[in-house]
Design a protein around this ligand. Structure first.
Ligand code: ADP
Ligand code: MG
Length: 211
């Protein structure tokens, strides 16, 4: 299932009230994780919002976002083919674990039931399909969130401090698990974080932002 997607940021620059906040130029290859580090308020989430297509209009942004050779910065969020992973797993509370995964699948895909079952088994939750997501542990929720994202067949992935709400013991395990899966899927990924251990676990290039 390995794919070869590329994400490039060409002279991306974001300002707030005419004051420059973030500027970045980068290329991310298939299976590569680029980490952008910066303290709170340095514009990390704002950068991801621009790339994903939901930047607040308070900001002024310029620069190209090129996914597989195509400029996507003018497209609406849902047509960009970018997957997002946040601090909160954001599972749908009114859907079962299986239906949360099913939601990730492309609408016209066949064998939905079989694919959901395979996905549940892959994340070690084979018997949890009928569960209410609220009954899962933090680590289980995080695994469902990543699997739902992978099932949606994104062409690039953005991660916004996705481990910060997990307890210390689980955090390292989840870092390793998430980055191994992103690499295996061949997806270009951009991680933003203020945590050096996140950056270390990502194991790729590192760019530091300042405030
Ligand atoms: P980080 O994710 O690095 O902590 P953010 O990207 O969330 O930083 O925020 C960068 C700066 O932009 C902060 O000074 C924040 O207060 C400001 N900011 C964030 N969202 C908005 C908004 N919708 N309108 C105005 N200012 C905002
Ligand atoms: Mg943030």
């Amino acid at each position: 299932m390995t794919q070869t997607h590329h994400l490039a940021l060409r002279e991306v620059s974001i300002a707030l009230d005419d004051v420059p906040l973030v500027a970045l130029d980068a290329r991310i290859g298939p299976g590569e994780v680029l980490t952008v580090m910066g303290p709170s308020g340095s514009g990390k989430s704002t950068l991801l919002a621009y790339l994903a297509g939901f930047l607040d209009e308070a900001f002024a942004a310029s620069g190209q976002v090129i996914l597989d050779g195509v400029a996507i910065q003018g497209l609406p969020a849902e047509r960009r083919g970018i997957g997002l992973l946040f601090q909160d797993p954001l599972l749908f509370p009114h859907l079962s674990v299986a239906d949360n995964l099913r939601f990730g699948l492309p609408r016209h895909c066949r064998d939905k039931r079989a694919r959901v079952e395979a996905a549940l088994a892959h994340i070690g939750l084979a018997d949890f399909g009928d569960r209410d997501p609220a009954t899962l542990s933090g680590g289980q929720k995080a695994r469902v969130a990543l699997m739902r994202l992978l099932l949606s067949e994104p062409r690039a992935v953005l991660l916004d401090e996705p481990f910060s709400k997990l307890d210390t013991q689980l955090r390292q395990e989840m870092r390793d698990w998430v980055f191994a899966h992103l690499r295996e899927a061949g997806l270009p990924s951009l991680l933003v974080t203020h945590d050096h251990q996140d950056a270390e676990a990502a194991g790729g290039r590192l760019i530091e932002l300042s405030v």
